[in-house]
Design a protein around this ligand. Structure first.
Ligand SMILES: *[C@@H]1O[C@H](CO)[C@@H](O)[C@H](O)[C@H]1NC(C)=O
Ligand SMILES: *[C@@H]1O[C@H](CO)[C@@H](O)[C@H](O)[C@H]1NC(C)=O
Ligand SMILES: *[C@@H]1O[C@H](CO)[C@@H](O)[C@H](O)[C@H]1NC(C)=O
Ligand SMILES: *[C@@H]1O[C@H](CO)[C@@H](O)[C@H](O)[C@H]1NC(C)=O
Ligand SMILES: *[C@@H]1O[C@H](CO)[C@@H](O)[C@H](O)[C@H]1NC(C)=O
Ligand SMILES: *[C@@H]1O[C@H](CO)[C@@H](O)[C@H](O)[C@H]1NC(C)=O
Ligand SMILES: *[C@@H]1O[C@H](CO)[C@@H](O)[C@H](O)[C@H]1NC(C)=O
Length: 240
């Protein structure tokens, strides 16, 4: 230990900055984000306005790419907005490597297939909009892992099966849009644990059963759309 005292202050500075680089490299590796987005680009089969094919080029930083935003603190991709670009393709599992992503908006495109389970790694997500695409399969139960999620939009796709009860774990959820899919079964009671819900839109599906009385627990709810299902008693619901 005594030997350390022979190091000059400037040596200390070099030592500490080197240590800092080593420690932060693990968190500031934008290369991971770049390769994830390049895999996404390679899975896009139709890009009619050549938006990504010309703009998403490795000659510029991924943070300057169209629809991509990076955070100032970690210098990682924090938002991806590809809405209304008329893109076709599937979502590759590598998108789950964008571990700093808080905002993911790909609405109004023609993305199809099912949602890869690797997306469950995106635990920082606050905003997720997959609306008005062609996704199918069941609504994944792992969406319930996104404890920071405030908005979830899966409307206007071909999702089938039931509403997973895990969505009740989304304690920060303010808006849930699942309308215009082929969702069946009952509305799970757990959904009414989402105390922050302001908007709940489930219309134009194949839901059945009665509306759980716990809906009264949602004191912030001011927009509720349930028509176009096979629910009992929906005509008696009045939201004030
Ligand atoms: C960043 O990640 C890539 C791929 O995982 C790796 O090859 C590279 O060495 C990493 N760079 C740093 C500075 O850690
Ligand atoms: C990509 O698009 C962004 C946002 O419109 C723009 O700032 C950037 O210059 C474009 N880059 C290339 C290489 O076209
Ligand atoms: C996302 O992109 C669309 C189209 O490029 C744009 O109109 C919209 O304002 C963007 N949203 C955000 C939050 O940046
Ligand atoms: C989007 O693509 C479809 C065909 O894939 C085409 O018919 C339509 O005109 C396109 N819309 C825009 C706004 O580019
Ligand atoms: C990204 O994700 C894929 C599949 O989910 C994984 O196999 C790969 O190792 C990841 N790549 C990096 C650079 O983290
Ligand atoms: C109802 O949802 C289907 C898809 O399941 C869609 O094709 C149709 O346009 C929707 N109808 C309305 C009135 O929104
Ligand atoms: C709804 O509120 C009642 C009374 O406050 C409580 O007993 C019940 O557990 C709540 N249900 C849900 C699903 O949160």
């Amino acid at each position: 230990m005594a030997k350390l005292s022979f190091l000059s202050p400037s040596m200390f500075a070099v030592l500490f900055s080197t240590l800092g680089v080593i420690l932060s490299a693990k968190h500031s590796n934008i290369t991971i984000d770049q390769s994830a987005l390049l895999v996404l680009k390679s899975h896009i089969t139709h890009d009619p306005h050549n938006l990504l094919s010309t703009n998403w080029s490795t000659s510029t930083s991924v943070c300057n790419w169209l629809g991509v935003s990076c955070g100032s603190r970690h210098h990682r991709v924090t938002a991806l907005n590809l809405s209304s670009m008329n893109l076709s393709g599937i979502i590759p599992s590598q998108l789950g490597n964008l571990s700093f992503l808080g905002w993911l908006d790909i609405c109004h495109n023609n993305f199809h297939g099912s949602l890869p389970i690797e997306l469950a790694n995106l635990h920082r997500l606050k905003y997720l909009d997959f609306g008005n695409n062609n996704f199918d399969g069941e609504i994944p139960s792992w969406l319930g892992y996104f404890t920071k999620l405030q908005r979830l939009s899966l409307h206007g796709n071909n999702f089938n099966g039931v509403i997973p009860s895990t969505l009740g774990d989304l304690s920060k959820l303010e808006r849930l849009r699942l309308e215009s899919n082929q969702i069946s079964g009952q509305i799970p009671n757990s959904l009414f644990k989402c105390k922050e819900l302001e908007l709940l839109s489930l219309y134009n599906n194949s839901l059945e059963g009665s509306i759980p009385a716990e809906i009264g627990n949602l004191t912030l709810l001011n927009m509720l759309y349930l028509d176009g299902n096979h629910l009992k008693g929906e005509q008696f619901l009045v939201i004030v």
